[in-house]
Design a protein around this ligand. Structure first.
Ligand code: P1T
Length: 384
């Protein structure tokens, strides 16, 4: 079945024999399930943290969207990350992570996992040769976002996964920015895909969620065990909301891509903007790789204001339609300054080295009418 059909039907086949034939998966709110025999779960369900039918429907859909054998849902993207790290790493291990990535992921690695004796080395994943020199004896896992948050760097997932495997490490791709509609890391050789489903998959800025998709049975068993043991699971209602959003992912994603591409070209022409980072632009350093690796360029872009940091703050305050807010991937357009918001937890020296300065602005293109979005940017740029 093609993507749009799977997005709508996977995990939600009406059950006319044992159920009521619901076309939409019911929200099973019960936390516990009665059984007729001690220790024998009713149709596989005994306690909702362990498994819940609404969550099962979501997990089936998520696996199907990524073309994976297994899907696991979590309470947030970071809950998924925490469970993944907990499951696959032990004291003494090293994580090799892309230096540009969501500030919360960096904070989890640097401020939390370090306390358990797990070290992280950061590297520029757009330079695979340099990456090889960063491996340590105990490097167990490679972590990348492509495109990265917020500098929109594109990494060669196939090549980097090969390098990981040469060194006996697991390759993980945080596919949040692209969504399963645009990019298929498992097909490119990655071992595990992770999503903050809070973003494009749910798509309406009204639910937190996370997901892990993979096909390796042994890795799945380890993460599945800790999904229950650590308990960072989504509620049945949250599972329903993520599933409901996922049904229109393909439609929304097409418009996100169209609007972002148009806004990127529009901003690149403006003298008030010094440069625009969007993989769909010919000026993007990895434009050819991005064209080859994914089926679109996504709805996210970053740009730098030509003026001062104060001008950048003035610009975002002047916008009327774009909400000044963290997060991304919802139907509404958002704007933020990563250095002050999503990446404030990254040490200033590191931000400076990477180029995440106070003039850098990140934009999540929503699916509104493009003319209204352009008009809003134009009025905010006036006189800059
Ligand atoms: O917020 P949560 O659902 O826990 O997801 C964390 C996360 C993981 N991976 C990526 C690539 C992300 O962008 C995020 C969350 N990001 C934002 C809130 C943000 O504004 O960038």
């Amino acid at each position: 079945m093609k993507f749009a059909t799977r997005a709508i039907h996977s995990g939600e086949e009406p059950d006319c024999r044992n159920g009521f034939g619901d076309v939409v998966s019911p929200i099973h709110m019960s936390t516990t399930y009665a059984s007729t025999e001690p220790g024998r779960a009713t149709r596989g369900y005994d306690y909702t943290r362990t498994a819940n039918p609404t969550r099962t429907a979501l997990e089936t859909k998520l696996a199907s969207l990524e073309g994976a054998k297994h899907g696991l849902a979590f309470a947030s993207g970071l809950a998924a990350e925490t469970t993944l790290f907990l499951s696959l790493l032990k004291r003494g291990d090293n994580v090799l992570a892309a230096e540009d990535l969501y500030g919360g992921t960096r904070r989890l690695l640097v401020n939390v996992l370090s306390g358990f004796g797990i070290s992280t080395t950061f590297a520029d994943f757009t330079d695979p040769d340099a990456l090889r020199s960063k491996f340590r004896k105990k490097t167990a896992l490679l972590w990348m976002e492509s495109p990265s948050n917020p500098l929109m760097k594109v990494s060669d997932i196939r090549l980097i996964s090969e390098i990981a495997h040469e060194h006996g490490a697991i390759s993980v791709v945080d596919n949040t920015f692209m969504s399963p509609f645009l990019q298929h890391p498992l097909k490119l050789g990655a071992d595990i895909v992770l999503h903050s489903t809070t973003k494009y998959i749910a798509g309406h800025s009204d639910v937190l969620g996370g997901a892990v998709m993979l096909s390796d049975d042994a890795l799945f068993e380890r993460i599945h065990f800790n999904q229950n043991a650590a308990g960072a699971v989504p509620s049945p209602f949250d599972s329903f909301l993520v599933m409901r959003g996922a049904k229109t992912l393909h439609l929304r994603m097409q418009r996100h891509c169209e609007n972002a591409a148009e806004l990127a070209s529009f901003l690149e022409e403006r003298k008030e903007i010094s440069h625009v980072l969007y993989p769909g632009l010919e000026s993007h350093p990895q434009h050819r790789l991005a064209s080859r690796q994914a089926d679109g360029f996504g709805g996210m872009l970053s740009f730098e204001i030509s003026g001062s940091e104060a001008d950048a703050r003035k610009f975002v305050r002047r916008l009327k339609l774009f909400a000044l807010a963290e997060s991304l991937g919802g139907v509404e357009s958002l704007i933020e300054i990563p250095a002050l918001m999503t990446h404030a937890s990254v040490p200033e020296s590191e931000r400076r080295r990477l180029g995440i300065n106070g003039r850098l602005i990140r934009l999540s293109a929503g699916i509104e009418d493009i003319d209204d979005l352009k008009d809003d940017l134009l009025q905010a740029l006036k006189g800059m």
